[in-house]
Design a protein around this ligand. Structure first.
Ligand code: HEC
Ligand code: HEC
Length: 188
């Protein structure tokens, strides 16, 4: 299983790199000390840490750090024992490494457009535990009837981003790439 995840991630990283290289790139990273190349075409920075992809991608999609503010990630990472009714506890070193990665790449430190919009819609002290509870997310998904999510075995919940966003792993949530299983392409 781990091998499959690693291979899939490496593939995604290569694909993303080629998208970034092919598109218009912008090197705002230098001034902020980011490691990744910034792309105006992507909604959030793709996951760039293989350990994160493996550890936090084993039960669900490895959510990009740029989908939540630093405060949220710290809350999540300091209570992994009680993680949405699951135990997702990590050993201390790993927990620190992944917290650092999430904090350094959190929405409040990102230049990507969706990260900025997520932050703009949040109150200063807001630290939701879920991306799906952020005001930005709720607004973007409020036209989708809950029954087509809940009663659909291929989706199950709004937390399952990849069920509808075919390019979510690359950091792209473009509404034109949305395909809802059993429902089809989303026409606004
Ligand atoms: C043992 C399984 C498991 C592991 C490992 C795990 N999670 Fe989760 N996570 C869950 C479950 C279950 C949910 C709730 C999903 C739902 O409501 O559909 C969840 C939800 C989340 C959400 C909220 C998604 C939303 O609704 O917006 C975030 C953020 C999250 N996890 C981050 C992480 C991070 C970071 C890690 C790695 C440190 C991690 N998870 C590892 C089981 C896990
Ligand atoms: C049931 C299918 C479904 C799931 C699950 C889902 N989305 Fe969406 N999402 C949509 C649809 C449909 C739209 C387009 C809404 C519109 O603008 O009409 C959208 C829009 C978005 C947008 C805005 C894109 C744009 O171009 O305006 C973002 C960002 C986004 N989703 C992120 C997420 C994330 C992150 C998750 C998982 C935590 C997720 N979505 C889960 C269906 C889904």
């Amino acid at each position: 299983m781990k091998t499959i995840i690693t291979v899939a991630l490496v593939f995604t990283l290569l694909l993303t790199t080629s998208i970034i290289m092919g598109g218009n790139t912008h090197d705002e990273e230098q001034e902020h000390g980011y490691k990744n190349t910034y792309s105006r075409q992507l909604d959030v920075a793709p996951v760039s840490n293989i350990t994160y992809a493996e550890e936090c991608g084993s039960c669900h999609f490895a959510y990009q750090p740029g989908l939540l503010p630093e405060k949220s990630w710290i809350k999540i990472m300091t209570d992994l024992e009680n993680h949405f009714d699951e135990n997702a506890e990590l050993d201390a070193d790993l927990q620190k490494e992944l917290t650092d990665y999430l904090v350094q790449n959190s929405a409040d430190k990102s230049n990507y457009k969706r990260s900025k919009r997520i932050m703009r819609a949040l109150g200063k002290s807001d630290a939701p535990l879920r991306i799906t509870k952020t005001l930005y997310f709720v607004r973007k998904h409020d036209e989708i009837p809950y029954r087509i999510v809940k009663n659909n075995k291929d989706i199950g919940s709004f937390s399952n981003c990849t069920a509808c966003h075919s390019n979510a792993e690359k950091g792209s949530y473009n509404e034109h790439d949305v395909k809802i299983p059993g429902y089809g392409r989303w026409e606004d």
